[in-house]
Design a binder for this molecule. Structure first.
Ligand SMILES: Nc1ccn([C@@H]2O[C@H](COP(=O)(O)O)[C@@H](O)[C@H]2O)c(=O)n1
Ligand SMILES: [Zn+2]
Ligand SMILES: [Zn+2]
Length: 596
């Protein structure tokens, strides 16, 4: 762990249940390779994860079993370790490569910017040659301009000890917000291509492995499941999922499961399968047994699951990588203190609006006081911000350079359109905040989902049904009941129960390794707004409509719905040039949050 990371708290744990093949899975790490420096439950770093995977591999291999390590993308954007370097990501790529990863894929964040996807092609793919898979992404090569697959479409391999014959794919969900140097083919089209159909015709396969930056419960994974089942009615399929930033597990049938392992290095997903027919043992006919576990990323959990301790756990490589992270953080000055937060500000632990809501704080304090273009000082404005642009809570205490990247990593401009009737801006807000898909009537027929504007974990509305009190209480009850059904090795009287994940998924409520008390979660809107004041006291008739540029494609549709004829490409201009949300937050913190 990093020198300033808090010690983990001893808590009751559920064991891992191993099988013929075992998996460790990360997704949506978004640069958090240092772990969480303000939260003991997630305080292990990438070096610790390397030690953990090494020991777990030794442990299962000693039993004649296999271990594979998977990562399903969104490794970039969201933490100072990635976003603070110039160019971005120079330290991150060097650190990540030290983990042995058997199957690795791209997320959408690898594709938003021209440089990020090129960095995948020129650095990450070669670093993980033979392991990086990209079934539905092509890229215009930066030197030849030729459209080429980002990485091989699929691979077939046999595991070391069990001789399990695996055909593996690497998918990205149907993403259309990529920069124009990449092409993401819809999954439903990809699975009709010859290479995919040939790959799934193979009869000598014991397991299909579909790794992807795709939600566990999604039309894309259902389509892949159906395509494989048309040819192989009974071959087991293991999906690894991501993008929604939630812990989740989907059961497609008795032999096809999907595991999603959260976000931001909070969770190391574990999966095992037993009872597979293999090249070594071809005759097993029973239904395989799938087990899943969401491991809290901290040393207490790692020691427990490996049976090791403070002195026997660290490996040479793990310690070296932890040191690389410390050195990178120092070189980037990530601990530089901008101010001290007087209280916690939450994304979804409190309702919105609320005095402790980060969005209420942004609306009423940050945007209202600091967002103003010099040339538009006398013009009132309504500023619209997508809640998904805000990525994490603010904890009471030191607010650092790292915190600024963590809360708001994106280089999004503010733009504006002048003379928009105030009433229409409110209609636009209503449309943006509907949880609907809108079909663009113009030249392309892509559906834009307004929920893309929100924080990723807000998109699965069903999951958030769990935010109401009744459901939380029943979760707590079933969690306690569940704890009787699985081994609870570390349950001792002196162990605390602390707030954290209490996951409910298709296999029940016993997936988390750590028994936690629940945390409240409330739905927040897709977009928030701030009325930027002038000296005028009465409500203006027309305003500047100011917005974060990420919102523009959605705004185009919402404005049409509101009956406005605005050509956003032509009619909008940059508002407060060279200013990002992160800059405004930093300015606010420096001016208002003095440390004692
Ligand atoms: N420039 C950007 C890019 C993304 N966002 C927000 O992030 C969401 C995607 O995040 P995942 O980690 O789930 O892939 C996206 O839907 C936006 O809400 C942004 O605000 N600005
Ligand atoms: Zn993500
Ligand atoms: Zn994503």
């Amino acid at each position: 762990a990093q020198p300033s990371a808090p010690d983990p708290i001893p808590v009751p744990l559920r064991d891992l249940e191993f099988g013929q093949i075992n998996f460790l899975h990360t997704t949506d790490t978004h640069g958090w390779l240092a772990g969480h420096l303000q939260e003991p439950s997630y305080s292990a770093d990438w070096g610790d994860y390397i030690s953990f995977a090494t020991h777990l591999r030794e442990k299962v291999e000693a039993q004649g079993q296999d271990l594979l390590v998977i990562d399903t993308g969104d490794r970039v954007e969201g933490n100072g370790l990635y976003d603070s370097s110039e160019p971005k990501g120079i330290y991150l790529s060097e650190i990540i490569r030290h983990q042995h990863i058997d199957v690795i894929t791209s997320g959408n964040h690898e594709l938003y910017q021209y440089n990020t996807s090129n960095n995948e092609l020129l650095t990450t793919v070669p670093n993980f040659r033979g392991h990086y898979l990209s079934s539905n992404i092509d890229i215009y090569h930066p030197t030849t301009q030729e459209l080429v697959p980002l990485a091989p479409r699929y691979k077939k391999f046999t595991t070391k000890l069990q001789g399990i014959r695996i055909v593996a794919f690497g998918f990205l969900f149907n993403f259309n917000g990529n920069y124009n140097n990449t092409v993401v083919q819809p999954v439903e089209n990809t699975i009709r291509e010859d290479w995919f159909q040939e790959a799934i015709q193979d009869k000598e396969v014991d397991l299909f492995l579909v790794a992807g930056h795709v939600p566990a419960h999604s039309p894309e994974y259902r389509a892949i499941f159906r395509a494989i089942r048309k040819v192989h009615w009974a071959t087991p399929i293991q999906f690894f999922a991501g993008h929604q930033h939630i812990r989740d597990y989907a059961r497609y049938d008795s032999k096809a499961m999907a595991l999603a392992s959260g976000r931001f290095m909070e969770t190391i997903g574990f999966m095992s399968i037993d009872g597979l027919s293999t090249s070594n043992r071809p005759t097993v006919t029973s239904t395989p047994v799938f087990k899943r576990r969401y491991i809290d990323n901290n040393l207490f959990s790692f020691y427990h699951h490996t049976g090791l301790d403070e002195s026997s756990f660290p490996t040479k490589k793990g310690v070296e990588v932890s040191k690389m992270i410390t050195e990178a953080r120092n070189a980037l000055n990530l601990d530089e203190v901008y101010g001290c937060a007087p209280r916690d500000l939450w994304m979804s632990r409190v309702p919105y609006p609320h005095p402790d809501s980060i969005y209420t704080w942004l609306e009423t304090e940050v945007l209202a006081t600091l967002l103003k273009d010099d040339s538009r000082r006398s013009v009132p404005a309504v500023a619209i911000l997508n809640t998904g642009g805000i990525r994490f809570d603010i904890f009471k205490g030191q607010f650092t350079r790292d915190s600024a990247s963590i809360i708001s990593p994106f280089i999004n401009d503010f733009r504006y359109v002048k003379d928009v009737p105030y009433e229409k801006t409110q209609l636009i807000m209503d449309v943006l905040n509907k949880q609907t898909k809108i079909l663009e009537m113009s030249e392309n027929a892509d559906a834009l989902s307004m929920t893309e504007l929100a924080s990723p974990d807000q998109r699965d509305v069903a999951k958030h049904a769990a935010s109401n009190q009744e459901d939380r209480e029943s979760q707590l009850l079933s969690m306690t009941a569940g704890s009787h059904q699985v081994p609870l090795v570390a349950k001792r009287e002196d162990l605390n129960i602390i707030p954290g994940y209490t996951t409910k998924d298709d296999a029940g409520t016993d997936g988390d390794d750590t028994i936690h008390s629940p945390i409240s979660a409330y739905q927040v809107p897709n977009c928030i707004q701030s009325l930027l004041p002038t000296n005028e006291t009465k409500m203006p008739e027309t305003v500047d409509l100011v917005y974060i540029n990420f919102v523009q494609p959605f705004l185009v549709l919402a404005a049409k719905y509101a009956g406005l004829d605005i050509d956003f490409e032509k009619d909008s201009e940059v508002y407060m040039p060279n200013t990002t949300m992160s800059d405004l937050i930093r300015d606010y913190v420096e001016a208002n949050w003095k440390c004692e």
